[in-house]
Design a protein. Structure first.
Length: 290
C-alpha cells in the first residue's frame, strides 16, 4: 500500500513539485470557480481558457517554453478578449455571451495556427494539455504568486461579489463598485487560467475551476462550505490523478479532470442538494401526500 499511495511523493521530487503545484491551483482557482458558478458564468471561464492561447503561443514563439513569456502573453490575450467582449456588448446590441464566444473562437484558432506554423505537434499538445509532472521551481513560484494575489483580491472584493451573485442590478443601482468588481473578477479568472495552463494546459485548466464548485453545489448551499468542499475535492482529485499518471502513465491533466468528472456524476445522482435521487424522493413524497 505504501508503494502505491505514498512512495511516489516521497521518493521523486518531480511528484512533489507536481502535487504542490496542483494544490496551489486548487486553493486559488476553485474559489474563483464558485463565484463563476453562482453568477452563471461557467461557460465564460471556458471561453477565457481558450482566449489565453494566442498570447501563450506568441510567448512560446518568442522565447520557447519560457514560463514568464507564456504567462505574460496569456494574461495580455485573456484580458484583451475580456475587454473587447465587454466593449462590444456595451456599445452594440450583441450580448456579452455571444461576443465572448466569438472572440474566444477567433483566439483559439489564432493560437493553434501560431503554434502549428512555428512549432511542432508536440509543442501544440504541451500548450493545450500541459504537463504537471514537468513543473519546475519557476512555475511553482508563479503559481504561488497568482494564488496569493487571488486570495487577497477575493478577500477585498468578497462583499461586492456576493451581492452580484444575489442581485447584480441592485448593486449597480446603489454602488459604483459593480463595474470594478466585475472587471477585477474577470482578471482573476484570467490569472488563474494562465497559472493553470502551466500544469494542466489551456484545455484542462478550466476543469479545475468549474468541476469542484459544481460538485460542491450538490452537497451544500452555504457559500463558505461550498468553497471549502471545492478545495478539498480538487486536492483529492489532484492526488488521485497524479497517482494514476505515475502508475498507469495516463495524461496527468486528463486523469485529474476525469476523477473530478466521476465525483460529479456521483454527486449529481445522490447528493443531498438538488440531485436526481433527491428530486425523485421529493416528487414521490408530494405524490403520496396528494
Amino acid at each position: 500500500m505504501y508503494e502505491w499511495l505514498i512512495a511516489p511523493f516521497v521518493e521523486f521530487s518531480f511528484m512533489q513539485r507536481a502535487m504542490i503545484g496542483c494544490i496551489t491551483i486548487a486553493v486559488s482557482a476553485t474559489p474563483v470557480g464558485v463565484f463563476l458558478m453562482l453568477r452563471r458564468m461557467s461557460l465564460t471561464g471556458d471561453a477565457m481558457a481558450h482566449a489565453i492561447l494566442p498570447g501563450a503561443a506568441v510567448g512560446f514563439m518568442l522565447a520557447g517554453f519560457s514560463i514568464g513569456a507564456m504567462t505574460i502573453g496569456g494574461i495580455v490575450a485573456g484580458c484583451a478578449v475580456a475587454l473587447l467582449s465587454g466593449l462590444v456588448s456595451r456599445f452594440t446590441e450583441v450580448g456579452e455571451d455571444s461576443s465572448m464566444a466569438s472572440f474566444y473562437l477567433i483566439s483559439l484558432a489564432l493560437g493553434v495556427l501560431i503554434i502549428s506554423v512555428n512549432g511542432s505537434q508536440i509543442d501544440l499538445l504541451h500548450v493545450l494539455f500541459g504537463s504537471a509532472l514537468a513543473l519546475n521551481n519557476e512555475a511553482l513560484l508563479l503559481l504561488g504568486s497568482i494564488a496569493s494575489v487571488t486570495l487577497i483580491a477575493l478577500a477585498v472584493m468578497f462583499r461586492p461579489l456576493v451581492m452580484e451573485c444575489m442581485d447584480s442590478s441592485f448593486l449597480r443601482s446603489v454602488s459604483q463598485l459593480s463595474i470594478y468588481a466585475h472587471m477585477s473578477f474577470l482578471v482573476l479568472v484570467v490569472l488563474n487560467l494562465v497559472g493553470g495552463f502551466n500544469a494542466l494546459g489551456t484545455l484542462m485548466s478550466v476543469g479545475m475551476m468549474i468541476l469542484p464548485p459544481a460538485i460542491a453545489r450538490y452537497w451544500s448551499s452555504r457559500l463558505d462550505t461550498m468553497i471549502l468542499l471545492s478545495i478539498v475535492m480538487a486536492v483529492l482529485a489532484c492526488y488521485i490523478g497524479l497517482l494514476a499518471s505515475y502508475h498507469a502513465a495516463w495524461p496527468t491533466g486528463s486523469a485529474i479532470i476525469l476523477t473530478l468528472g466521476a465525483v460529479y456524476i456521483v454527486s449529481f445522482v445522490v447528493g443531498p442538494k438538488g440531485s436526481l435521487m433527491r428530486r425523485m424522493a421529493t416528487q414521490k413524497h408530494k405524490h403520496l401526500s396528494a
